[in-house]
Structures are given as structure tokens and as C-alpha cells.
Design a protein around this ligand. Structure first.
Ligand code: SF4
Ligand code: SF4
Length: 597
């Protein structure tokens, strides 16, 4: 849990409704009346519109039109590129004159790919298919229509609404309708509720049709009495039993989802969790009205109400503005006095950021252009060292330790910052607002979160690379093992073939021996190739004569050698002996031959 250590007890408002007080929080000057004097005004058509492809949290949309192509109002010009993404549509009819990098309203001064449309002045819609009811449509078709419409959260975060609506429907029983609008100066939601409450309820109908809530709590701070009345009067009969318009004292930042849920129900969303973890869904009133346009009128998110206010604005008010309208045009229509203007802030004084110039487009998240004079909203003074006064801790609505988080962020001790629930910080700026040392605390938290996210992304990338490497290694090992198995199989087959060959050869040789034996048995007297043919009597006699002559000569030489050459005696003795042995053998053969004859 995120730990409301200083959470108040339940209290009753003037109407007897229960609310829970936030720990911390602040109450800066509201400055809301200036922009509520007039009704919502439609911003007139301008010559050129710039539609950025990253107006939402998630993947950039992908252009699906070409330069030179004529488009109709509401026509798809960029498709969503993934599950968390949102498409973009032509805000009016005209020609696509460029798809190029342009600077967009972002705290970092980013440029991004944009589709530029030159309006033809006809504001001609593409064909539309309005729906009269929800009952005759399948849930999947409703969700698909929401996805195609490009509706994103208009309360500030710009999270694709179709993704939020695809969350588990079984255990969500409460819808929180966020009409809090707690930032000073901004009155876009306030004007919407007081003038177009029916559209908000039509959007509530859509979400209720998908979820069948047990209760629907419409949350409005008590500084919007006319909006409270309008929202109460507009409750449709079929929702009267389940809708409750709840009011509570004005404090900043009661509009944070977790903070609002606590104020209304006393329940805490777990640290790092979402409202749906405790069975709740939270939608901003502007988002619900846009949802109604999308589902019932087949109108994608092409416009939003933008508050233009501040003492440098001659006609402060709420302008129904097409997405992509250059801010300079909006400032011109609202009568911004550039001599008096100190700076232009997108958003409110607490969470907004200063823009480098007004040559930037209005995007889905542009809820306010605040153009104050220098005396109205002085720039914060130079930051001084922390004096450990503890005011930031008392102001924090999330029960964090802002000063401690700052030390950790400064020292790059990101683990410790995370342990101290850095990601429960909603960047409301209440801590910086009360800091007597003008320390830009939120900037430290944003930088630390950015660093952690980057490290996590890098870690994820490294992890993906490791998994890919291991998978490749496993594949190579598997292939090598398969190869080895095949090689062994081949070797075994070769060995078997060899053995068979040898066996065959052995069998052949046995057959040959058998044949020889068989031949021998058939011709027992026929000499074999191994037996030399016997000599005749005459030949043996001649051989004996020859040998006798040779032995006589050798004996003679032996006698001479014994007298004159003793070194030859041994060799001659050997020769005489061999010749005598041969003589004996021939004499034996001769005797056998004579016997046979
Ligand atoms: S409010 Fe500012 S000076 Fe005081 S403790 Fe917090 S950071 Fe330090
Ligand atoms: S910005 Fe963060 S730390 Fe500061 S008060 Fe708000 S939630 Fe607390």
C-alpha cells in the first residue's frame, strides 16, 4: 500500500456526503473565474493543421496517406502501431502537403514526425455511421470503434482509451468519473460539465454498457457549483440509482487517480498498482464526452476543449479546438497581448511546462495555454540549499519524503529512490510549490524516473539479447548434436556394412577351401599347386651326379684352404655340408622313384 500515514478520518461535506481528507496537498490561488465568463467557443478554421504522430502514450502512429493526397475530415491519416498506440485523423478536409519533422509541445522541446494538412475550407466530413444504441452492437465492435477513433485520456496522461477499456471486466464494480480539475486556471472540464453534461453521461453509458458497474461516482470539487448542478440535473433516469455526484473541498492535487479514489472511498490503490487492482476504473469527463462522440456519432478524436487564460489574454475562455491547430492561431483568437506575456505554459501553473514559442500544434493533451504576465506568475527564484524545513513532506499527497527523494536523485542512488517509492510520485509539484528554497524538486524526480526507465529499457534489451543468444546457442548445440548423432549413425551403418562384407568374404573363402577340398577328393593323385612335381629317375640321377661333382670340388678347395687360407675353411665346410645334405635328399628321392617304377 502506498501508506497514508497522515490520512484523515472520514468527514462529511455540507450535503452530508462522506469524503476522506488527503494527507498533505495544497491550495494555491484558483484563478478559474477568468476563463468561465463566456460559454465554450468554437475555434474558427485555420489555413494549416499539424498533426503529430505521438500524441499518446505508446508507439507512434504510422502515416497511411501520401503527400498531395486529398483527405476528408475524420479520415484516418495515421494508423495505430501496436497494442498501446492510437491512430490519428484529419481534423478537417484538405490536402496533405507534407509529412515531416516538426517541433511539438513537449517538456524536452522534441521534434517529431507530423502530417501537415492545408485546409480546403469546406470542413467536409468523411461518410459516417452513427449508432442509436449500444444494445444492437457486440462488445468487440464497440471496442473496435473506440480503438479506431483514437480517443485518449484527455485529463493529461493521453493513455489510449481502448486499451484502458480492454482491462478485465469481471471484478471492476465502480466507475470514478473525474471532474475534479484541481489545477489552478484550467476550466476545460468545468465548462464541459456545465454545458455538455449530457455528452459526459452518454460516454458513461458506453463504459457502463461494457462493465455493468454497481456504482458510478462523479467527483467534482466544491469550487464548481454550476458544474455540480449541471451534472446532477443531467443524470439519465436509467442511471439514477447508481450515479452519485460527490463533492468535496477544493485541494490540489485531488484529481490524481489514486488521490481521488482515496478521497471518495477511503481505499488505497496499492503502491505501483492501478485502480483496477481494487475493482475501480477512472475516466476523465472530457474522455467520456469524446467516447460518446466516437461511439454514437462515429466522430474520431479531432478536437478538444482548451482553456486559454492568464492576464496577458484579452479574451480568456474555453475554445473547442481542432487537434493540429497552431497555438499561435489560438492565441490570436483569444487576444494574447505579446507585450504583456511573460511566457506560454501548456497546462496549469503546477504541472505545466513553458513552451519555447507558439508555433506548435494543439495536441490531444493540450488542456490549457496559460499566458501570465511576469507579475501575475513570477518565475521561481534561484534555488537555494535545502534547509530541512520538512514543508515538502507535509505537502506531499502521496506521503512520500520529497527531500529524501531529492538527495537520492542528486546522488544517483536510484535504487534507494525506488525503495522510497519514487514511482508513487505523481509529479504534482505540491512539494516544490511550498519549498522556501525554490528547489525544483519535481525536475529531480522526472530525471531520476527517466534514468531508471532508460536503465530498465537497456536491461530489457540486454535481457532480450541474452535470451536470443542462448536460444541461438541452444539451436547450434542441438544442430551439432543432431549432426553428431547422424555421423554416429552413418559410422555404425558403415561398420555394419563392413562387417557384412567381411562376413561375406569369409564365407567366400570357406567356399573356395571347400571347393579345393572337393576337387582334391575328386582327383586325389593330382598334385596341388603347393606340391612341386616329382623328378624322374633320370633327372634325379643327373642331379645326383652334378651334386657329387660339386661336393668333390668343394672338398678339394676345403683341403687347400685348411693348408693355405684358414679364413675360408668355415664357409667351405658349410658349403660341403649343404651339398652333402642335398646329395642325401636326392639319393632318397631317387630310391623312392626307383621303388615306384
Ligand atoms: S521544502 Fe525545500 S527546503 Fe524544506 S525540506 Fe523540502 S526540499 Fe528542503
Ligand atoms: S511531486 Fe511527488 S514528491 Fe512532490 S508532492 Fe507531488 S507526489 Fe509528493
Amino acid at each position: 500500500m502506498w501508506g497514508f500515514t497522515r490520512a484523515g478520518k472520514p468527514r462529511k461535506n455540507g450535503e452530508g456526503q462522506t469524503y476522506w481528507t488527503l494527507p498533505g496537498s495544497v491550495h494555491p490561488p484558483e484563478n478559474k473565474t477568468q476563463s468561465l465568463v463566456n460559454a465554450i467557443q468554437a475555434m474558427p478554421l485555420v489555413r494549416e493543421y499539424v498533426v503529430p504522430l505521438n500524441q499518446h502514450i505508446g508507439a507512434f502512429a504510422l502515416p497511411c496517406v501520401d503527400v498531395g493526397q486529398h483527405v476528408l475530415k475524420g479520415e484516418l491519416i495515421a494508423e495505430a502501431a501496436g497494442f498501446i498506440s492510437a491512430p490519428a485523423h484529419a481534423p478537417t478536409s484538405g490536402e496533405v502537403i507534407a509529412i515531416e519533422e516538426r517541433q511539438v509541445p513537449h517538456a524536452s522541446g522534441l521534434t517529431t514526425s507530423c502530417i501537415i494538412i492545408r485546409a480546403d475550407g469546406k470542413d467536409q466530413w468523411r461518410p459516417r455511421e452513427p449508432w442509436d444504441d449500444l444494445q444492437s452492437h457486440r462488445v468487440a465492435d464497440i471496442l473496435a470503434r473506440v480503438q479506431r477513433s483514437g480517443v485518449t485520456g484527455l485529463g493529461g496522461a493521453s493513455f489510449p482509451t481502448a486499451v484502458k477499456l480492454s482491462s478485465d471486466r469481471d471484478h471492476i464494480d465502480t466507475l470514478i468519473v473525474n471532474g475534479t480539475e484541481c489545477e489552478p486556471y484550467i476550466t476545460a472540464d468545468h465548462s464541459l460539465m456545465r454545458e455538455r453534461a449530457a455528452a459526459v453521461y452518454a460516454g458513461i453509458n458506453v463504459v457502463d454498457h461494457l462493465y455493468h458497474f454497481n456504482r458510478i461516482l462523479v467527483a467534482i470539487e466544491d469550487n464548481k457549483p454550476d458544474a455540480i448542478v449541471a451534472m446532477r440535473q443531467a443524470i439519465p433516469d436509467h442511471l439514477k440509482e447508481r450515479v452519485e455526484v460527490r463533492t468535496f473541498p477544493t485541494r490540489y492535487p485531488s484529481g490524481g487517480e489514486k488521490q481521488l479514489i482515496y478521497i471518495l472511498t477511503g481505499r488505497e490503490v496499492p503502491s505501483g498498482g492501478l485502480p483496477l487492482d481494487i475493482g475501480m476504473l477512472c475516466h476523465n469527463v472530457g474522455t467520456l464526452a469524446a467516447l460518446s462522440d466516437a461511439v454514437f456519432h462515429d466522430e474520431p478524436l479531432l478536437r478538444r476543449i482548451t482553456t486559454v487564460t492568464g492576464e496577458a489574454v484579452a479574451r480568456p475562455g474555453n475554445y473547442d479546438t481542432l487537434i493540429g491547430t497552431p497555438m499561435r492561431e489560438l492565441c490570436r483568437v483569444a487576444g494574447v497581448n505579446t507585450d504583456k506575456a511573460d511566457r506560454v505554459i501548456m497546462g496549469g501553473p503546477m504541472m505545466g511546462f513553458a513552451l519555447p514559442h507558439t508555433d506548435l500544434p494543439v495536441v490531444k493533451a493540450t488542456n490549457c495555454l496559460l499566458i501570465p504576465t511576469g507579475t501575475e506568475l513570477p518565475l521561481p527564484g534561484v534555488a537555494q540549499p535545502c534547509i530541512r524545513c520538512g514543508l515538502c513532506e507535509q505537502a506531499c499527497p502521496a506521503s512520500l519524503l520529497p527531500q529524501q527523494l531529492m538527495w537520492f536523485a542528486q546522488a544517483k542512488e536510484l535504487d534507494k529512490a525506488e525503495d522510497h517509492r519514487l514511482f508513487d510520485c505523481i509529479e504534482c509539484g505540491a512539494c516544490a510549490y511550498v519549498c522556501p528554497s525554490n528547489i525544483p524538486l519535481v525536475q529531480y524526480y522526472r530525471a531520476a524516473k527517466g534514468q531508471i526507465r532508460q536503465e530498465q529499457a537497456e536491461h530489457k534489451q540486454a535481457e532480450r539479447a541474452r535470451v536470443r543468444f542462448e536460444a541461438r546457442q541452444a539451436r547450434l548445440d542441438r544442430e551439432a548434436a543432431e549432426k553428431e548423432a547422424k555421423r554416429q549413425e552413418r559410422a555404425a551403418a558403415a561398420a555394419r556394412a563392413n562387417a557384412a562384407k567381411l562376413a561375406a568374404a569369409a564365407s567366400d573363402s570357406t567356399d573356395v577351401s571347400d571347393a579345393v577340398e572337393r576337387a582334391k577328393s575328386k582327383h586325389p593323385d593330382k598334385p596341388t599347386a603347393a606340391t612341386p612335381p616329382a623328378l624322374t629317375t633320370e633327372q634325379l640321377t643327373a642331379k645326383l651326379s652334378n651334386l657329387t661333382g660339386r661336393v668333390a670340388k668343394a672338398e678339394s678347395k676345403l683341403a687347400e684352404a685348411r693348408a693355405d687360407a684358414p679364413e675360408q675353411v668355415k664357409a667351405l665346410e658349410t658349403t660341403v655340408n649343404k651339398l652333402q645334405e642335398q646329395i642325401k635328399k636326392v639319393q632318397a628321392d631317387l630310391a623312392r622313384a626307383e621303388e615306384q617304377n
